[in-house]
Design a binder for this molecule. Structure first.
Ligand SMILES: [Mg+2]
Length: 313
C-alpha cells in the first residue's frame, strides 16, 4: 500500500443503511480519519447502480474505499471494483453486516481507521449467478420466496422484525419444488427441497448454513436440504441452529466451481438478501476478484479454552 499512501481514501456512504443510532458514528469516523491525517473524499450514493458506478470510476485513483453501508452497498462497490487493485473496507452500518462479521471488522470508528492504515489485504472470491455477481450467500426456493414477499411489502429501512410475516406466510403456503442440481458436471440431487450457495459461512441472525465456506479458496459451498413438507423444514432449521447439519437429516454439503439448478416450475432465489433471478440458475465462482482490508488476527487466549470452539464467535 506504500505507493498508494499519497492517494485519498474514498468514503462511500449509503444514507439509508442501518439504524438511526449509527449515524452519529459517521461523525466519529470522520474525526478519526482527520486525527490520523488521512485525506478522505466522500460520496453519498443514491442506490445500488450509483454506488457501483462511483466505485468503478475511482478504481486505481484512491488508496482504499471505506464503505459506510450494509451488505448491499458493499456488494455494489465490489461490483464496481472487481478486477482492480483498490481494496475495500466495509464499515458495518447495515442491518446484518454479514461480510463485516465474517471478516471480524469492528464498528468502533477509531479501530476502523487503524485497520485502514495497518490492516492486512486479502483477495476475495465473488460468485456469479445468471450473469450477475454476488459476494455472500444465495438461497433458492423457500428463502427466495420470503425475500420476494418482503420486497413487495417493504417500505424504507428493514429490521429483523420485517421478516416475521413474510417468513410466517411463506412457511404455511410454500410448496417445496423438485430440484435437479448438477455440480461440476455431475448430477448430485434430484428431489424436493431448498438450496443455499455460500461464499461466506454466515447467514442471517447468526446462522451458519454454509459453515465451511471461506471467501478465498476459489470454491463455493452448496447446502441442499431435502424437504417435502413443513415439519421437515422445522427439523432442518433446528439442526442448523444447533450447527449439527449436515451430520443430521437429509442434507447434502458440497464444494464446487460450477453449478446448475433446474426446477419443475419457476422458483425464486435471493442473492445477498435481495430478490435474485428465477430458475433455471447457472452459478459459478470468480476467484480473487476483489481486495479487502481485514484486521490482523490477534492471539486470543480465550481461543485456547476447550468450550470456546476453534472459530470463535
Ligand atoms: Mg469459498
Amino acid at each position: 500500500m506504500d505507493n498508494d499512501a499519497q492517494k485519498p481514501v474514498q468514503l462511500i456512504i449509503n444514507p439509508r443503511s442501518g439504524y438511526g443510532g449509527r449515524h452519529h458514528m459517521l461523525g466519529e469516523l470522520r474525526a478519526s480519519l482527520r486525527r490520523a491525517r488521512l485525506e478522505a473524499t466522500e460520496y453519498v450514493t443514491k442506490g445500488y447502480d450509483d454506488a457501483a458506478r462511483c466505485a468503478s470510476e475511482i478504481a486505481g485513483l484512491v488508496r482504499a474505499v471505506l464503505v459506510w453501508g450494509g451488505d448491499g452497498t458493499v456488494n455494489a462497490v465490489a461490483n464496481g471494483l472487481a478486477g482492480s487493485d483498490t481494496p475495500i473496507l466495509p464499515y458495518p452500518a447495515g442491518t446484518e453486516n454479514l461480510l463485516a462479521k465474517e471478516l471480524r471488522i469492528p464498528s468502533d470508528p477509531h479501530r476502523i481507521v487503524e485497520i485502514l492504515q495497518y490492516g492486512r489485504i486479502v483477495r476475495c472470491d465473488m460468485g456469479r449467478i445468471n450473469g450477475r455477481s454476488f459476494m455472500l450467500i444465495i438461497g433458492v426456493g423457500f428463502d427466495g420466496e420470503v425475500v420476494r414477499r418482503l420486497s413487495i411489502t417493504r417500505s424504507g429501512h428493514i429490521s429483523h422484525l420485517s421478516y416475521f410475516w413474510p417468513i410466517w406466510r411463506t412457511f404455511w403456503e410454500h410448496n417445496f419444488p423438485r430440484m435437479r442440481i448438477v455440480a461440476d458436471g455431475r448430477q448430485i440431487f434430484d428431489d424436493f427441497g431448498l438450496a443455499f450457495i455460500g461464499n461466506i459461512s454466515r447467514y442471517a441472525v447468526g446462522l451458519r448454513i454454509c459453515h465451511n465456506a471461506v471467501y478465498d479458496d476459489g470454491l463455493l459451498d452448496l447446502v441442499v436440504f431435502s424437504c417435502r413438507e413443513q415439519t421437515a423444514l422445522l427439523f432442518h432449521a433446528a439442526w442448523t441452529l444447533l450447527r449439527r447439519h449436515p451430520l443430521k437429516g437429509n442434507v447434502i454439503y458440497k464444494q464446487f466451481r460450477n453449478l446448475r439448478i433446474e426446477c419443475d416450475r419457476t422458483v425464486f432465489s435471493q442473492v445477498d438478501g435481495d430478490v435474485g433471478p428465477d430458475t433455471p440458475l447457472d452459478i459459478s465462482v470468480a476467484p480473487a476478484q476483489i481486495r479487502l482490508i481485514i484486521p490482523h488476527e490477534k492471539p486470543n487466549a480465550w481461543g485456547l479454552w476447550p468450550w470456546k470452539g476453534s472459530n470463535g464467535t
